[in-house]
Structures are given as structure tokens and as C-alpha cells.
Design a binder for this molecule. Structure first.
Ligand SMILES: Nc1ncnc2c1ncn2[C@@H]1O[C@H](COP(=O)(O)OP(=O)(O)OP(=O)(O)O)[C@@H](O)[C@H]1O
Length: 325
């Protein structure tokens, strides 16, 4: 994508909570119109970063510019142009769906007539018109999340911040949210999205950073990161540890990287079928027994694994358990 105007510029940005450095000298730029992702497991520092961007939490050190202005000096102007979807649901449970939007519009001093028009538009866009008069308490998790996203649009934001927008949703509700977010992106809204769903990051983000313990491990487009670190395919082999080196040698120049995960040796490559054939015949001639063999496409999880040696343990994956709508 073409590089446009900077919407967020962080330079040596630090966030400390007493002795704990949650964000450790972050440098990044988010450009207008892109969906920029912060991907990392719980505790990586994602929320700490976004809370500084929307002025909820003060910067400890370094600089943070949003819309070209320092957040410390222009917090109020910046907030007026941002929509925030927080991680926790903070809708008013005692109000109707429609009134939640109206009350929120009041915080931006939007006049009543405009607020009503915008609320109706938003409900239509989020496919919630039929729920306009329902109390929030009566909504499923997926509908509440759609309302929270809709609410964040009431001030027609230029930047939408989404802190784990689909955590806890079932796959169907998650896909509906993704659809809406793609539409918003098409409409030109810049998005800053945190997630610990690798699939979500691949689906939505133009560029992302992988955050690990407050530091950037990598930055790039999802496919670029996959290509850079692991290539297009992974060959998973069930093989005894003492025989790994034989197979790695056999893989030779076809091997881009490898990783050992429990009993499985993972060979990363751009030539999956050729490598599989080579390994299968090699195993036979070397007398190496393979208890399992599986060729699959690579994904961001492989990149994370390669970079950290860890898996996304807390990541339930795209089809993980969730609330049903
Ligand atoms: N208000 C706070 N006071 C003290 N420590 C905090 C506070 N907020 C966050 N932390 C700590 O800062 C670190 C980063 O937390 P943060 O919430 O930014 O991570 P995250 O990547 O957003 O993870 P999660 O998905 O759990 O929100 C964690 O060790 C967390 O315990």
C-alpha cells in the first residue's frame, strides 16, 4: 500500500507501572487508511499502548503523536477524532441500544437531532436496527460487541481503536465483526487493532507488529512476515529427537527454518511437496521411522513460534470456544 500521512507516530515510547515496564521504547508509525495490528499474547503491552494513544493513560517517556500532534498537549483535540472499542464491555445495561448511542453522542457534544440521525445510520450499518429498542442486558455477546463498535463511530472518527474486538465471540459472531471492520476500512477509516487471534491479524491487518514483553519482535505485512521467517509450507514430522539432524541434513537447501515442538519436528520451506518427497525417501533409506507426517500451509503462529520459541498458549484459535449469538 502506498505510504500516506502519519496518523500515529511513536518514538522511544515507554509505559511504566511502578517498576514494571509494560511498553519498552516502542517506535512505530501508523499511516492513514491502514489497519495496523498489535499482535501478542496476554501481557505483551498491547492495551498499555492503545490506552496512551487515546489519551486514557499518560506516556511515561518518549513521544507519541496522533494526527501529527503530541498527545500530552493536544489530548482533547485528538480524542475528538478517535473512536474507541475497549476490551471490556462498558455499555449501559439499563438503557436501550438506541439510547446507548444517544448518551454517548452527548459526550462529544453532538446535538440531539444529529445524534438521532447518526444513531439510526449506525444501527443500520451494524445490522442492529431490529434491536434498537432492546435493553443492552438482553443482547448476546456478539450483538453487544457490534453495538460497542457502532457506538465508537458516533463522532465519525478518523481513527478507530479496537482492543481485542472479538475476544470471547464464537466464530460466526467474529466473522460478522470482521465483515463490518473491512467495510469501515474501505470507507477510509484508519484502524489500530490489538488481538491475540493470529487469524484475525492475518485477515484484517495491512501491517502489524508482533509484541513480546513490551518490545517489537517484528513488523510487516502478514504475508511478508510469513515469507521472511518461515516460507509457505510446514512439514510436520513425528520423529525421535536423536534423528532430527539426519532429516535436517537431508532437507538441505529446501529448508528455510525449523523448529521442534514437543515430539514434532517442523520443517519450514517454500517447496513443500519436493521436501516431503525428499524426506519420505530419505527416511526410508536412512532407516528413520516417522510416526506422523503432515504438510500444511504456514501462518503467523509459525512466525511467532520461530521468533519466540513459544506458542500462543492462550489463543483458542479461530474455532475456539466462545459465546453463541
Ligand atoms: N494499571 C496497571 N497497573 C499495573 N500493571 C499493569 C496495569 N495495566 C497493565 N499492567 C501490566 O502491564 C503489562 C502489559 O499489560 P497489557 O494489558 O498492556 O497487555 P496486553 O498485551 O494488552 O494483554 P491483555 O490481552 O491481557 O490485555 C502486564 O504485565 C500487566 O500486568
Amino acid at each position: 500500500m502506498s505510504i500516506g500521512e502519519n496518523i500515529i507516530t511513536a518514538t522511544n515510547l515507554v509505559k511504566k507501572f511502578a517498576e514494571l515496564e509494560a511498553v519498552k521504547g516502542l517506535n512505530l508509525t501508523v499511516y492513514r487508511g491502514e489497519c495496523f495490528g498489535l499482535l501478542g499474547p496476554n501481557g505483551a503491552g498491547k492495551t498499555s499502548f492503545v490506552k496512551m494513544v487515546h489519551g486514557f493513560s499518560p506516556v511515561t517517556s518518549g513521544t507519541l503523536e496522533v494526527f501529527g500532534r503530541d498527545i500530552n498537549s493536544y489530548g482533547r483535540e485528538i480524542k475528538a477524532k478517535i473512536g474507541v472499542v475497549p476490551q471490556e464491555d462498558n455499555l449501559d445495561p439499563e438503557l436501550t441500544v438506541f439510547n446507548n448511542l444517544l448518551v454517548y453522542a452527548g459526550y462529544f457534544r453532538i446535538n440531539k437531532k444529529t445524534a438521532r440521525e447518526r444513531a439510526a445510520e449506525i444501527l443500520e450499518f451494524m445490522e442492529l436496527t431490529g434491536k434498537s429498542g432492546s435493553l443492552v442486558d438482553q443482547l448476546s455477546g456478539g450483538l453487544k460487541r457490534r453495538l460497542t463498535i457502532g457506538r465508537a463511530l458516533i463522532n465519525r472518527p478518523e481513527l478507530l481503536i479496537l482492543d481485542e474486538p472479538t475476544t470471547g465471540l464464537d466464530p460466526y459472531a467474529r466473522h460478522l465483526v470482521w465483515q463490518r471492520l473491512r467495510k469501515l476500512k474501505k470507507m477510509g477509516i484508519t484502524m489500530l487493532l490489538t488481538t491475540h487471534y493470529l487469524e484475525e491479524a492475518s485477515q484484517l491487518c495491512d501491517r502489524l507488529i508482533i509484541l513480546h514483553k513490551g518490545e517489537i519482535l517484528e513488523e510487516g505485512a502478514p504475508l511478508e512476515l510469513i515469507e521472511r521467517h518461515v516460507g509457505g509450507q510446514a512439514l510436520e514430522l513425528g520423529v525421535k529427537p536423536e534423528e532430527h539432524s539426519l532429516l535436517l541434513e537431508r532437507a538441505g537447501e529446501l529448508l528455510k527454518a525449523h523448529h521442534v515442538l514437543g515430539d514434532i519436528l517442523i520443517l519450514f520451506t517454500n517447496s513443500g511437496s519436493e521436501l516431503e518427497e525428499r524426506i519420505a525417501s530419505g527416511a526410508q533409506s536412512l532407516g528413520v521411522s516417522l510416526s506422523s507426517r503432515r504438510l500444511r500451509s504456514t501462518n503467523l503462529e509459525d512466525v511467532y513460534l520461530k521468533l519466540t520459541g513459544e506458542t500462543f498458549k492462550d489463543n483458542p484459535g479461530e474455532y475456539g470456544d466462545g459465546e453463541h449469538e
